[in-house]
Design a binder for this molecule. Structure first.
Ligand code: HEC
Ligand code: HEC
Length: 346
């Protein structure tokens, strides 16, 4: 008699023990599911790609995954989760998450990194503009799909990795296979063109900023504590307030609390002045310290609603009255040149 099917034998480079896989699943559910969805199916929020996708896992090796999780993709909703960046995860925890992802891998790993790609980036630009820009953005910044111009990504994705994704696509996602539609040399050309997106490598070489998450300090929670309460319009869908409304209220010296729902690593890079880091996976830490006198409490994230929405729901469950989510998210806030501060300063 055959034994019941064991958990899929990990196919990739980092075969973890069953214990690691199980621990990794719990960490995944706590930290990653919010955006990448249960079992890595992707697209619970934003452009968070399908981490369990067969072509992705068979070409992304453990080093690629580790760097992506540790350093994140600063400037996108993908935060740096590694402790050296001010994120919540120890190296061992990241390895367990990778072991869990490996357990979801259904195709054997392919060695893409040794493949040399010689193409013409100039010819590649016309291919890109015609066939790729609609989803990945004019400069690879990502519109409806993951970005392709991020230095952390380009610093870890080999030419062979890029070429494989373009040729084979990502089954079950919006990324079509281009084999057939494009000639092999056109695929080479567009692969070379993606390299020209490389901005700076700062994100790869940058110094670590902190070890572990910086605990929020509870001394100053309320912004403009002596100021009057803001008079906000009705919330959109009972939840959302426009960035402009919040900025106007702050400029007018109105009293409120701002919670940054992203991992502390993102808060350290830049945040709205006065905001306290309250990561979506650990909102409880702060709840007892928040004022219960009706002071407005507004959460924000980059997503723009997933992480902030979770923090706000926790507050509402605990009976807080005036709570809202910053509707457009912090990237819109930055694009508008509204006030920001950097580093551990509040
Ligand atoms: C707030 C939403 C959010 C959360 C939470 C999140 N991610 Fe992401 N992640 C994203 C987005 C969006 C991208 C794509 C970024 C881009 O466009 O470059 C991404 C990209 C990635 C990538 C790179 C994929 C590739 O193809 O290059 C990996 C790996 C990854 N995330 C793993 C994780 C893991 C593991 C966790 C939990 C520890 C996690 N993410 C938590 C939103 C999130
Ligand atoms: C219809 C939308 C769409 C078009 C058109 C498209 N892509 Fe994609 N692409 C995606 C999505 C969505 C993903 C992420 C899929 C996933 O979840 O794994 C992706 C993934 C990729 C990846 C892997 C990125 C990573 O982080 O691992 C590369 C490389 C890529 N695309 C290049 C291209 C190129 C080059 C073209 C044009 C020849 C193109 N794409 C056209 C939607 C698209």
């Amino acid at each position: 008699m055959s034994s019941p099917l064991p958990l899929a034998e990990p196919l990739g480079s980092g075969a973890g023990s069953l214990e690691d896989v199980n621990a990794g699943r719990l960490h995944y559910d706590k930290y990653c599911k919010l955006c990448h969805a249960a079992e890595g199916k992707g697209y619970a929020a934003d452009n968070a790609n399908a981490l369990s996708n067969a072509e992705f896992l068979s070409t992304a090796d453990d080093g690629f995954l580790y760097v992506a999780i540790d350093r994140g993709r600063p400037g996108t909703p993908m935060a740096a989760y590694g402790r050296p960046r001010g994120g919540p995860l120890a190296p061992k925890t990241i390895e367990q998450i990778i072991a869990y992802l490996r357990s979801l891998q259904t195709k054997p790993s392919v060695d893409v990194d040794s493949r040399r790609v010689a193409g013409d980036p100039v010819a590649g630009k016309s291919v890109y503009d015609e066939s790729c820009a609609s989803c990945h953005g004019q400069k690879g910044e990502g519109t409806t799909a993951i970005s392709l111009n991020h230095p952390v990504f380009l610093g870890t994705a080999s030419d062979g990795y890029l070429r494989y994704a373009i040729e084979h696509g990502r089954s079950g996602t919006a990324m079509p296979p281009f084999a057939g539609d494009l000639t092999p040399s056109q695929i080479d050309d567009v692969t070379r063109y993606l390299r020209s997106f490389a901005r700076s490598q700062d994100a790869l070489s940058g110094d670590a900023v902190a070890v572990g998450e910086v605990p929020p300090t509870f001394e100053r929670i309320v912004i403009n504590p002596e100021g009057p309460a803001p008079e906000f319009p009705p919330l959109r869908d009972g939840r959302y307030l426009a960035a402009e409304t919040i900025n106007d209220a702050l400029l007018a010296g109105k009293r409120m609390v701002l919670l940054d729902a992203r991992p502390t690593s993102d808060w350290l890079l830049s945040h709205i002045p006065g905001a306290i880091p309250v990561p979506y996976y650990a909102p409880d830490k702060i709840v007892d310290a928040l004022p219960r006198d009706g002071t407005w409490i507004i959460a924000y994230c980059g997503c723009p609603h997933a992480a902030s929405g979770r923090v706000m729901d926790t507050l509402r469950d605990r009976g807080f009255k005036n709570t809202a989510v910053l509707d457009e998210g912090v990237f819109h806030w930055m694009a508008k040149d509204y006030p920001l501060t950097f580093g551990a300063e509040r």
